[in-house]
Write a protein that binds this ligand. Sequence first.
Ligand code: ATP
Ligand code: MG
Length: 392
Amino acid sequence: MYKSFLIKYGEIAIKGKNRYLFEEALVSRIKYALREAEGEFRVRRLQGRIYVDALGEYDYDEVMDALSHVFGIVGICPVVLTEDKGFEALSQDVIDYMDRVYPDKNITFKVNARRARKNYPMNSMELNAALGEKILEAFPEIKVDVHQPDVLLCVEIREEINIYSLEVKGAGGMPVGTNGRAMLLLSGGIDSPVAGYMIAKRGVEVDAVYFHAPPYTSERAKQKVVDLAKIVAKYSGPIRLHVVNFTDIQLYIYEKCPHEELTIIMRRYMMKIAEYFARKNHCLGLITGESIGQVASQTMQSLAATNAVCTLPVYRPLIGFDKNEIIEISEKIGAYDTSILPFEDCCTIFVAKHPVTKPNIQVIEKSELKLSEKIEELVKTAIETTEVITAE
Ligand code: ATP
Ligand code: MG
């Protein structure tokens, strides 16, 4: 029955002069998301509002699903738009609306009229009372409750008249594309896809790096990461996933350095390579799924040792989260079932029995001296042989 959706956006409405840019970005993200839904749509801005109009047949659930992935949207209201043909026509439209949306009339309601166009002959209070009365006349079982109504029926007199009462919660945040770009270190685990999602939610475009170690990690493990990138991309837009072959670097570190320092040293090389691709892709920061104390490589000392090789800011949106809180978001965004598939990731193969939990940066740097120039060669080769896959 709905031909249009009214898009409510919160935070971006307060951006003053930048508001225009934010709205443009939101419109373009909405158009992009709607590619997932069958049918033709028009997205338009009108008087500080955004509307999605279906131009023919479409699937309601598909549209809702597509729109629920767009950051910057606070609420999605399926809306009936009518022309102003006088009060009698309006009350008939409102009665039809209530009849169709609420087949069971054993409900309470309240009319919330707004007159954005001051030349309309009735004011909001008069409209509330008059429309309320018409509804009561049409449906004897229905009751008014001005405090806690089951249905808050919004009737807005604008260029077109907007009639709506349903609001589906949106993803919140800010439209992607309004806050630069960052490079996500994406592994096959639970945390990093959630970290990417959270930074994208603040309007940041995301690219990603995955370090794999064939034959120690399988093609299926890589496919899992591609699948996770696709899940994040439903929210963030296309992700250029850099798949770096890390095997030789890992084996060389394994050969030369103390095994208990392996994870930290590997992590430092991952960060360096990620930073190389970040700069190449005009990213303003790196993103990881780290959380303080979660594992040996994420103690405060370990994070400091890893961080020391980076010159770009490293964003760690999960830093203060417990695992169960991360899992909750992972489930919400539809990544969890993929994340828990049991494929080895490149770090689990080389983990030491007793990794250092309080690495000292000077000690680590000294161990790295054993790597000589050969490591630079290996890094160069890893960069040159990196495969870039667009996940969308
Ligand atoms: P995740 O669930 O995200 O894999 P984790 O709990 O397994 O995290 P670690 O393995 O210590 O934690 O990894 C910490 C962070 O380092 C990850 O969140 C990710 O950002 C990055 N990382 C780890 N391994 C890789 C990898 N193979 N490729 C890319 N990034 C990685
Ligand atoms: Mg991991």
